[in-house]
Design a protein around this ligand. Structure first.
Ligand SMILES: [Zn+2]
Length: 276
């Protein structure tokens, strides 16, 4: 789809499953399971939908999915599966810019693969890597709650890449913005593309699926719920006001939506949008 001066598409690097209770925090199962069904291990199916942005000169890839560095046991725990329909429209060498929303494994696992000797090597070797400074620091010394999410083979090779560390809200390329938020994890960044009419925003884990639009529906993984609620409210108020296209990374069914405030005062889907 054409958006402003960009050409946009999404690619799902595969599905995985996480515990449904963890994904909905304090929302009880008899409520969230009406929105997304849980499997026999109480898990829900999630996508790793990444954004591809072109303008004729640059090719930006936003997040890279789980990657392939998983043991059989881990593949079973997370029910990792490929998306048979997903075929990248580019070669890794063509990616000029890799934008990582944060370095949790389900967003940055695909930055590297294992060599025959079992060492992690970067896949997008020529790309500039755009990341919040705070997130790299966080990944290198994670708190105890996030230790299993920030894996060394994902962040360590990045230190030898063409890293472009940023702080806060930054226009990294004309009409291409990143915005730091810290409630889910310190140094996460959501993505905003601007056109004269509206914006297209990539929510990352601030709002992982369309089912997480109501403010209290947020993940138990979030490190600071109070901060996240404020960031999410500001983000959604802006999305409603600007009639933004909101793209979900983890929604297995819904790619993108516009957002409204419903009759009960909750943020809700106005219409669903297909980007590809
Ligand atoms: Zn995630």
């Amino acid at each position: 789809m054409k958006f402003g001066r960009f050409e946009i598409e999404t690619i799902n690097f595969g599905y995985f499953r996480l515990d449904g209770g963890s994904m909905f925090g304090s929302v009880p199962k008899n409520i969230w399971s009406k929105r997304i069904p849980a499997d026999d291990q109480n898990r829900i199916r999630l996508a790793t939908r990444c954004l591809v942005v072109r303008d004729g000169k640059r090719l930006f890839l936003v997040d890279v999915g789980m990657g392939d560095k998983w043991s059989e046991k881990e593949r079973a725990i997370f029910a990792i599966e490929a998306d048979e329909k997903a075929k990248p429209s580019f070669q890794p060498e063509e990616v000029t810019d890799l934008v990582l929303t944060h370095l949790h494994f389900d967003h940055a696992g695909g930055v590297s693969r294992l060599t025959a000797e079992g060492k992690p090597e970067l896949i997008y070797k020529h790309a500039h890597v755009h990341l919040q400074h705070d997130n790299l620091e966080n990944a290198k010394a994670p708190n105890v709650k996030e230790r299993a999410s920030y894996l060394r083979p994902n962040w360590e090779p990045l230190q030898n890449s063409n890293l472009k560390l940023v702080n806060g809200s930054v226009e990294i390329y004309p009409d291409f913005w990143v915005h730091q938020v810290d409630g889910h994890t310190r140094g996460q960044q959501w993505i905003e593309l601007r056109s004269p009419e509206r914006s297209l925003i990539y929510t990352t884990d601030l709002i992982p699926t369309s089912h997480h639009l109501p403010l209290p529906y947020h993940m138990g993984y979030d490190i600071c719920a109070e901060k996240l609620l404020k960031e999410k409210d500001e983000f959604l108020a802006r999305a409603v006001k600007q009639n933004s296209i909101v793209v979900f990374e983890h929604d297995a069914e819904v790619e993108a939506v516009t957002v409204k405030v419903d009759e009960r005062g909750h943020y809700a889907v106005q219409e669903t949008i297909a980007l590809n």
